[in-house]
Unconditional design. Structure first.
Length: 131
């Protein structure tokens, strides 16, 4: 059995396959998932699992150099934005208009669908390196 915290096999495999600057999206329940990226559906019901819980688990496995969020998160979900800032520490955060954000998800290696129902609760993680 794995010793690291992340137990979901498809998510663990997706992370293991990422290279430097590849992207992984953690999405709310409503983000349209384009054809192309692997879809990893963790959603059980509204709110379960929450985006922040999934993000915390992923951060224990994945080195990230930057994250991307929608500009609209600041106005529509300021509490989530503040919580993200706390969880991410000093990782740089770049913002894009939501329509541009959605277009950028097409290039992701995988998109993880959570049960999060907070507006604009989506984050693109850009893989870093550990050396």
């Amino acid at each position: 059995m794995k010793k690291t915290p992340l137990l979901n096999q498809p998510l663990s495999a997706a992370i293991a396959g990422l290279g430097h600057t590849d992207t992984l999206v953690i999405a709310d329940a409503g983000l349209p998932i384009p054809d192309g990226p692997q879809r990893i559906d963790l959603a059980v019901r509204a709110g379960l699992p929450p985006l922040l819980d999934v993000l915390r688990a992923v951060l224990e496995e994945l080195a990230i150099q930057e994250v991307v969020i929608a500009e609209e998160m600041a106005g529509h979900s300021p509490q989530l934005r503040a919580a993200l800032r706390e969880v991410l520490g000093d990782v740089p955060v770049r913002t894009l208009p939501h329509e541009d954000f959605k277009r950028q998800t097409r290039a992701a290696r995988a998109i993880v669908r959570t049960g999060e129902c907070t507006p604009y609760a989506n984050i693109i993680l850009v893989a870093g390196v550990v050396f």
